[in-house]
Design a binder for this molecule. Sequence first.
Ligand SMILES: [Zn+2]
Length: 224
Amino acid sequence: MPPTATLEAIKAHQSKVEKDKITPDNLPPCPRCSVESQFFKIHAYRERRFLIIIEMLIKAAYCSLVRFRCPGCGKTFTDYPDFAIPHKHYTRLSITGFSANYVESENMTYQQAVMVDNSAPGYPESDSTDAPTLAPTTIHRWITTLSSFTQTCRTALILLLQENPVSSICRDLARLIIPQRKYKTKQRKKQLIGCRQLVIIEAFFQATFKTSIFTKLAMRCAFN
Ligand SMILES: [Zn+2]
């Protein structure tokens, strides 16, 4: 079972929000008027529902995300804790974990990618919705999303090579192949490779800097 963000991590973020401990420092400068993020002001608190998977059950957990506003032009920016990916309800650990299982396997189908010990994580009966279990198409979409963080990956790669110029990471990235049965279009092939590269870069980044590329770097790159 791929890991999930814990309820404790989500509660810890909520507690930081309530104690006014969330700062705009990790956000990039305003792309419109170049004001540095440290000058951003708090604009709003928005409650977000996250889905975490505990013992094969999908459970909702809530916390607030802080939106900041550029004093120069009024553009707003959301601060994301490291368990959150923009526009996704599932947490970063589930998204990267299930996606990595799929892209790193030779033969796995999307149907198999959602299965853990012969069943897919589901919603408790009392809370059932029209999507009773984690859907194969969800993994397909997660891979598309992860493949879009190209600037984040490039920046992470530069930092890794600065830290260790003889790292094997470039060889590992260049060696990647995706089995032909996994795609029908060139675009999908590119997305699968992009996602697999992110998985490798994240692993090197964790090993080198003891933190995720999603902790600060992805936000700094505006999730591009
Ligand atoms: Zn601005």
